[in-house]
Design a protein. Structure first.
Length: 459
């Protein structure tokens, strides 16, 4: 039933509904129903090819019809399954009954109807459906969202590779860097996190009520059900599922791969929280300006304000995503004995966790695309911070064995306003080669950036 977004309990389906249109068909209950139908159909077709006398191979027409049920699955079909569930009070059984209802007027399929959901426990269908959902959600929404951020940050790192910026360690002035190098740091971290997300294998099991093929072997004791199950799980779509086979389980797939995936996404999100806070700070310092949007209001009482709301929204939603992701990764691998139902209701929130992450990525990209570098503010900050050159001066002094080099610079710079003239006077009095004196005198806070530009361009 369609409801106005303003009545939605979750902002993901309310205020932010339009921003999550790509994720909703995958991770919603409709998406879950769709994948269940896919799994049931793949299992059914595979059984017809197993060589059993009681279930001959399906005709080309029957196969095409069954695959069409999957390909053309609609919200109307989901609603029909939900209607059946009102009677069964069991969602997987409702899927089975819906598929069988589609066999009417098709004698070939009606005759084989009892092979729908044959020897399966509900979790054989559910775990593989969740794996299919997670793979699609990761590959179609999460990874593209992160890839766009990586690409944008890399472009910014290259563009601003040589733009000097004052560093701040412990909030205090420190050795200069460049804007590009600081963004390059994030690119390297985030790309590593993205690679870990992409490398997680999606596992699936189809081995019965407690993982031992009990029911399967009761029907055909001499059949290699484990090999058959592996084939269904690992054969590429549409005839198989294209997942990685999980050979050992209780009634439920252990969910360790899910924990690995959710932890990997959470690590990427943590990097982005760090980035969001840093950019927020740089906007506050005036290092970045934000492009104005016509008609936009920054404050109900202060007309001058242009708030960094996109970075604040990103940070807030990344926190929500990680709270859910971390609960999922801690809870899902834990099941009492051979099965309890606590994972079932928790798993219905994987789309919520991924939704908050996807929403955050959108906000962050919006914010990054608004930024304009304020090189004047960066230069002014550097020009007011000549004390940062105490580091290279004392380092050169130590090279030439000047005793107490660090202490001498500490005495004239710590907690004091340092001028270029004062540093030049200090340099002129040093007992070091004239060439090094000249080099130190030519140095400014803006030129003291080490390999920052090179590192930024190389990323």
């Amino acid at each position: 039933m369609s409801l106005p977004t303003i009545t939605a309990l979750s902002p993901l389906d309310g205020r932010y509904a339009a921003k999550l249109s790509a994720l909703r068909p995958i991770m919603s209950e409709h998406g879950y129903m769709h994948r269940r139908v896919q799994v049931e159909v793949a299992w059914f077709i595979a059984l017809s090819d197993a060589g059993f006398d009681e279930f001959k191979p399906l005709t080309t027409g029957a196969r095409a019809y069954l695959l069409g049920l999957v390909k053309n699955f609609s919200e109307t079909d989901s609603a029909a399954i939900k209607e059946i569930e009102k009677t069964t009070n069991h969602d997987v059984k409702a899927v089975e009954y819906w598929i069988k209802s589609k066999f009417e007027a098709r004698p070939e399929l009606q005759k084989a109807a009892e092979f729908v959901h044959f020897a399966c426990t509900s979790e054989d269908i559910n775990n593989t459906s969740h794996a299919l959902q997670l793979r699609s959600g990761r590959d179609q929404v999460i990874l593209p969202g992160l890839d766009r951020i990586v690409l944008k940050l890399r472009e910014m790192a290259h563009s601003y590779a040589a733009v000097p910026m004052l560093s701040r360690t412990h909030g205090q002035t420190a050795s200069p860097t460049t804007v590009g190098k600081e963004l390059a740091n994030v690119v390297v971290r985030l790309q590593g996190a993205v690679d870990r997300i992409a490398s997680v294998k999606m596992l699936g099991k189809m081995n019965g009520a407690v993982g031992n093929y009990n029911a399967h072997l009761s029907a055909w004791p001499d059949f290699d059900w484990e090999a058959f199950s592996r084939k269904v799980v690992e054969t590429p779509e549409p005839l198989g599922l294209g997942l990685t086979f999980q050979p050992y389980s209780i009634q439920i797939e252990p969910h360790d791969y899910m924990a690995e995936l959710f932890d990997a996404i959470a690590r990427a999100n943590t990097i982005l929280v760090d980035l969001s806070r840093d950019i927020w700070g740089y906007v506050s310092l005036g290092y970045f300006k934000q492009r104005l949007k016509a008609g936009e209001i920054g404050s109900s009482t202060m007309p001058h304000k242009v708030n960094p709301i996109d970075f604040e929204n990103a940070e807030g939603n990344l926190g929500l995503a990680n709270a859910l992701l971390r609960h999922l990764s801690e809870k899902l691998p834990v099941s009492r004995w051979q099965r309890d139902l606590t994972d079932s209701t928790v798993l219905r929130n994987i789309g919520v966790a991924m939704g908050y992450a996807a929403l955050a990525y959108t906000s962050l990209m919006t914010g990054l695309n608004k930024l304009e570098l304020n090189e004047e503010a960066l230069a002014a900050d550097l020009d007011a911070s000549w004390e940062v050159l105490a580091e290279p001066i004392q380092t050169v002094m130590r090279r030439y064995g000047v005793q107490g080099a660090y202490e001498k610079l500490k005495e004239v710079t710590r907690g004091k306003t340092v001028t270029a003239e004062a540093l030049h006077a200090l340099i002129d009095g040093l007992e070091i080669p004239q060439a090094d004196k000249d080099r130190l005198r030519d140095m400014t806070p803006g030129s003291y950036i080490g390999k920052a530009a090179e590192l930024a361009r190389r990323v």
